[in-house]
Design a protein around this ligand. Structure first.
Ligand code: UDP
Length: 332
């Protein structure tokens, strides 16, 4: 097997990771997923092999990397909830920063010199200018963003010190939707993200949807986010991997569409797509939420020639809705 086609994906059993594993498989890569299955599902891995392991287990990590000998590692495994990061910050610093450090040390030991890192728009905090470009100041307002920024710092310092290590950090905005062929989607025990909560409320799984804050300095008072379809994000990873393995320098790309929707707009679209007028209540702000996040996405479009195919809120909700209905049948 050609070394260039082999990649290790940490967190490949999770929501975004599993979509990327599928896309990698379809593109002809030989994939090994390394995942502790704490939130991911074995059934979500539709390509390649799985090693059930924790990033804290450095011996297993080094053994796995040595044996599989990938050209690059794509690192998804992380904790991802802003609200939880505020109440349990150490979990975030351990899972997102300390474990990433373990992975980087393992990469040095095994002489693997290319990594794609799942970062987040939360590194920007409350941006002063929208859309927010990659050069904007980095002032996270919650431990989730801070824990991811710490790892970006590890990466940039490591690449600066070693010519044989290069990376791409992808700063995700709000990832949503599901595989358009309904093979995969979000499948967590206690989902907290807006679109998933809204659709599960439409299905009657939750009694009502809460809107966290209506007094933000936005047009309708609710927070604005740039929702990106998970299949377009998966494509961005393939494009980034090709870019990195063809020898380009380390860099960072925002992943979003460059426009946003308010919570109210998402709720209206969820009601339209599902045909269900589900109950909604307005409650207090959730701690750690910035008012608005919209990606400046010139760089990824230009440098990676990234061409999104699902830049449409209705399509995002429709694919997620098809997936939620499938899950509901499975779990019935
Ligand atoms: N949100 C909400 N109700 C929910 C979940 C989220 O009003 O049940 C809001 C949240 O406060 C934020 C936006 O929806 O303004 C997006 O939140 P989400 O958790 O989906 O993603 P995040 O931006 O935190 O990564």
């Amino acid at each position: 097997m050609n070394k260039l086609t082999r990649v290790v994906v940490t967190g490949g059993a999770g929501y975004i990771g599993s979509h990327v594993v599928l896309a990698l498989g379809e593109a002809g890569y030989d994939v090994l997923t390394y995942d502790n299955l704490s939130t991911g599902n074995r059934d979500a891995i539709l390509s390649g092999e799985l090693v059930v392991g924790d990033l804290a287990d450095k011996d297993l990590l080094i053994k796995t990397l040595t044996e599989f000998n990938p050209a690059a590692v794509l690192h998804f495994a992380a904790s991802i909830e802003v609200g939880e990061s505020v109440s349990n910050p150490l979990k975030y610093y351990r899972n997102n920063s300390v474990n990433a450090l373990n992975l980087l040390e393992a990469l040095r030991v095994t002489e693997i010199g290319q990594m794609i890192f799942s970062s987040t728009a939360a590194v920007y905090g409350n941006p002063t200018q929208l859309p927010v470009t990659e050069e904007a100041s980095l002032q996270p307002i919650n431990p989730y963003g801070a824990s991811k920024l710490m790892t970006e710092r590890f990466l940039s310092d490591l690449a600066l010190a070693n010519d044989d290590f290069r990376y791409i950090a992808l700063r995700y905005f709000n990832v949503a939707g599901a595989d358009p062929e309904t093979r995969l989607g979000q499948d967590y025990a206690n989902p907290t993200h807006l679109i998933t909560r809204a659709l599960k409320t439409a299905l009657g799984i939750f009694p009502q949807l809460q809107i966290f804050g209506t007094d933000y300095p936005t047009q309708d008072g609710t927070c604005i986010r740039d929702y990106i379809h998970v299949a377009d994000l998966a494509q961005a990873h393939l494009d980034a991997l090709r870019y990195l393995t063809s020898g380009h320098s380390s860099t960072i790309f925002n992943c979003g569409y460059g426009h946003g929707f308010s919570v109210n707009a998402v709720v209206s679209m969820a009601k339209k797509v599902t045909g269900v007028d589900f109950p909604v209540v307005e409650t207090d702000r959730r701690e750690g939420d910035p008012a608005a996040l919209i990606a400046g996405c010139e760089r990824i479009r230009k440098d990676l020639d990234w061409r999104p195919r699902f830049d449409d809120l209705e399509v995002i909700l429709h694919t997620a809705w098809e997936w939620e209905k499938k899950l509901a049948t499975r779990d019935a």
